[in-house]
Design a protein around this ligand. Structure first.
Ligand code: SF4
Length: 369
């Protein structure tokens, strides 16, 4: 097996920061992992200002630094409040991941004025999007499309994020055609994960998920007008295998991906761990930006990883030593290990079978076919 040199230890500067402007979401999707989505805990402006003190310095040193607003539903924080949270940041690119149901003309003005990059969550047509419902259990599809239509009328670019739960034959082809028609410039596919409060099992037949990825690759190759995140990423890695540069594909160190929750707590590596508590690991937070600058907090963790983060690094090394897919995957996310295994030092999860291993094998299946 190749010896992989990427993903050794955690970087002290991230490539992006995730912010939780509110815990609240106006929807109640059946596969949602968020524990506090029914309650409205808004982030105070002091928290955003404390994060900006560190982030503005990082952003000054690189061409692009992203601040990703990801709730709950970020638009449920209200325009005025979300704007006040964004105001302390300088030189960053703001991203908002939204369920689109609250988008109206005033939100479109807000997105244009602030040059916000948008991601919209939708799983295909009304039948495929059936898991996205409101608190009364009513389908949200029409409201999602209404919000997207507002964006389209204003020529506001958006990416789409689609959750796939049951990859039946024909779904890859169908989804690619749907999203081409929807008008998004990029598409990400998340195979449903067993994490957070979503305890639905995610064991999917290997042949079915490989066929899904192969079909999606074929549909995209026939008309590659949308950036297709997972497929392009797998092809980029495959090109590296062919020309002998596969070991250069992974970052040298793990991106800490700080998630700053509504109250200023910082959860590293996996936003999905925010809001959870475990007898062994506590609340997974590495500190709070109201008490410690984000840069100092990261320096402390990266110099001397402890607790669940140290255990996660053991798991990454176990992956490096045992898995043929490490050069592509880099050990995957901490939350998948925790929510599937109950700890962080294991290796193979259903998430990596569905979204890493079968993805590579599906793309190869397409190439062989
Ligand atoms: S595919 Fe799974 S086992 Fe392999 S490196 Fe990734 S997380 Fe580890």
């Amino acid at each position: 097996m190749l010896r992989w040199h990427g993903m050794r230890g955690i970087a002290s500067v991230p490539s992006y920061v995730i912010m939780q402007p509110t815990t609240l979401c106006n929807l109640d999707c059946t596969y949602c992992y968020l524990p506090l989505r029914a309650v409205d805990r808004k982030m105070p402006v002091e928290v955003a200002a404390a994060v900006a003190e560190t982030v503005n310095g990082w952003a000054a040193d690189v061409p692009r630094f992203s601040v990703v607003w990801h709730g709950g539903e970020p638009l449920a924080a209200g325009r005025e409040h979300l704007g006040a949270l964004m105001d302390p940041f300088r030189g960053v690119e703001h991203h908002v991941q939204t369920n689109a149901t609250l988008i109206d003309d005033a939100w479109c003005d807000f997105f244009v004025e602030r040059e916000i990059k948008l991601g919209v969550s939708i799983d295909g047509d009304a039948v495929r999007t059936a898991a996205r419902v409101d608190r009364g259990g009513k389908p949200a599809y029409d409201r999602i499309r209404h919000g997207i239509d507002k964006l389209r009328r204003r020529d506001i670019p958006f990416a789409a994020l689609c959750v796939v739960s049951a990859p039946e034959p024909g779904l890859g082809t169908e989804l690619y055609a749907y999203f081409k028609d929807l008008g998004c410039h990029a598409l990400g596919i998340n195979v449903e994960e067993q994490e957070g409060v979503n305890r639905r099992p995610n064991e999917i037949d290997g042949a079915a998920i490989r066929r899904f990825w192969a079909e999606l690759t074929a549909a995209w190759r026939a008309d590659p007008v949308i950036e297709l995140r997972e497929i392009e990423w797998a092809l980029w890695y495959a090109a590296g295998v062919l020309d002998g540069t596969a070991d250069d594909r992974l970052p040298r160190r793990i991106d800490p991906i700080p998630t700053v929750t509504h109250d200023g707590s910082v959860v590293l590596l996996s936003p999905e761990l925010a809001g959870f508590h475990d007898e062994r690991y506590g609340d997974f937070a590495s500190g709070n930006v109201l008490a410690t600058p984000l840069s100092a907090l990261l320096d402390r963790v990266t110099e001397a990883p402890a607790g669940w983060i140290a255990e996660y690094l053991v798991g990454v090394e176990a992956c490096r030593a045992s898995c043929a897919y490490f050069g592509f995957c880099g050990g995957a996310h901490a939350a998948n290990r925790y929510f599937e295994h109950g700890r962080f030092d294991g290796t193979l999860t259903n998430h990596c079978r569905n979204s890493k291993i079968s993805l590579i094998e599906g793309v190869l299946e397409y190439a062989r076919g």
